[in-house]
Design a protein around this ligand. Structure first.
Ligand code: GLC
Length: 421
């Protein structure tokens, strides 16, 4: 299948939104506080997101330079954001009373964004989902005794039927993120994986319903891309020595769901560097926002998106359609490359010069990307470097850039190098 749009886009928005947004203390709140269904019901009974405006979400994503959006149709708590025929544990039974998915899909399409769904394999509400080490009632002996006869195959039927609804009722869906498999992982008893979800059969159904869709790798069987979570890989990711498409999913503050009192926000320059770092290693960045209980993306997240957008407005040429370069970047820098344009991202601003090994005689022209101002370059005669200890030993294939001492006022300055054909 042609998934070229995915790697060309490089940057997407993750949206975690559901009942936990009302608790406002992490999307795993039901697990962490070992809440019963009865207790958790308060969020269902008060779910009334009067400020839900997916057109606004789409605008914010687009202005940040994101090209696709991925929304939690159901998270681990089992609550469904659409009018599923399989359950009453869904948005249409809350005070809000209306499907949230159709307006979301329409809003993305109107902005020309690709449409993504996240869907949890784990379900802490379904009556046939066995109690395991991740379940909120994992320490409730009475509950566990009553749950003894639970049959995961019945849950798998439900899972398949719901995925079928999602991939049938909303037109073309471009992207699907299943979450997650933990069979056989140390530290988890009762962990679940491909056998429990009947993953090959589920994957076949997904591809039959949506032939163009790109699917992640958390079904316990290989998918179309790899999903490092809350870390940046050290190098391009490979499977059996082959480079594979990957996407780092990252948070603004460590939490996916709205987390009111968590102030651990990443700075705009860290976020921009994470995006660049992903592209430099052949990956995407899926950056998360957690709308609040009224459906709004809160001011802190909006500010982060706006700051990234300011950088992207001037520098996205180094991101879209770009990937790793065969050249080795100098310390504290990252290269990305698209055809014969090489982009040097300067994370740590040097004093006056940057020396680029391997680029002597290879570059026609160099400029800052943000303002198209020329950067003068030269290849220093190596026979002179012995006397010139400030420059040190340079090889004849090193290109030297003459830079201003002051870093330009850009979060991460980018230098665009036009390579000889
Ligand atoms: C994890 C978490 C979850 C989050 C997801 C995003 O697997 O369980 O809360 O949705 O990662 O990748």
């Amino acid at each position: 299948m042609d998934h070229a749009w995915f790697s060309e886009s490089r940057f997407g928005m993750f949206v975690h939104w559901g009942l936990y947004s009302l608790a406002a203390r992490h999307e795993w709140v039901k697990n962490r506080e070992q809440m019963t269904d009865e207790h958790y019901q308060r969020y269902f009974d008060h779910f009334d997101p009067d400020l839900y405006d997916p057109a606004e979400w789409a605008r914010l994503a687009k202005q940040a330079g994101m090209r696709y959006v991925v929304l939690t149709t159901k998270h681990h708590d089992g609550f469904c954001l659409w009018d599923s025929a399989q359950t009453d544990y869904k948005v249409t039974r809350t005070p809000w009373g209306k499907d949230l998915i159709a307006p979301y899909v329409e809003a993305l399409r109107a902005e020309g964004l690709k449409v993504g769904f996240y869907h949890s394999l784990i379900d802490w509400h379904h009556p046939e989902f066995p109690v395991d080490s991740l379940h909120p009632q994992r320490e409730d002996e009475e509950f566990k005794a009553a749950a003894k006869g639970r049959d995961i195959s019945k849950y798998a039927d439900y899972l398949h039927a719901q995925v079928r609804e999602l991939l049938t009722d909303y037109g073309q869906i471009d992207y699907l993120f299943f979450d997650f498999s933990y069979a056989g992982r140390t530290g988890y008893w009762g962990g679940k994986g491909a056998d429990d979800w009947r993953s090959p059969e589920l994957m076949d159904m997904v591809r039959e319903l949506q032939p163009g869709i790109i699917v992640n790798d958390r079904l316990g069987i290989p998918g179309d891309f790899v999903t490092p979570e809350q870390y940046q890989p050290a190098a391009p990711m490979t499977i059996d020595g082959q480079e594979v498409p990957w996407e780092a999913c990252q948070t603004l503050n460590g939490s996916w769901g709205y987390d009111r009192d968590n102030l651990d926000y990443k700075t705009p320059d860290l976020l921009v560097r994470m995006l660049i770092d992903s592209v430099a290693k052949g990956g995407n960045l899926l950056l998360n926002v957690g709308p609040d209980g009224r459906g709004q993306i809160d001011p802190r997240a909006r500010q982060s998106l706006a700051d990234i957008g300011d950088w992207m407005r001037l520098n996205s040429r180094s991101i879209y359609g770009a990937g790793p370069s065969g050249f080795t970047a100098p310390p504290d820098c990252r290269y990305t490359q698209r055809g014969n344009r090489l982009y040097l991202h300067v994370f740590g601003w040097p004093f006056r010069h940057l020396h680029l090994p391997g680029l002597g005689g290879r570059v026609k022209y160099a400029q800052f990307l943000h303002d198209a101002s020329e950067i003068r370059t030269r290849v220093i005669d190596p026979s002179q470097t012995a006397q010139n200890t400030a420059i040190g030993a340079l090889t004849p294939d090193t290109l030297t850039l003459d830079l201003p001492v002051q870093r330009p006022d850009v979060v991460v300055p980018v230098i665009e190098l036009f390579l000889n054909d």
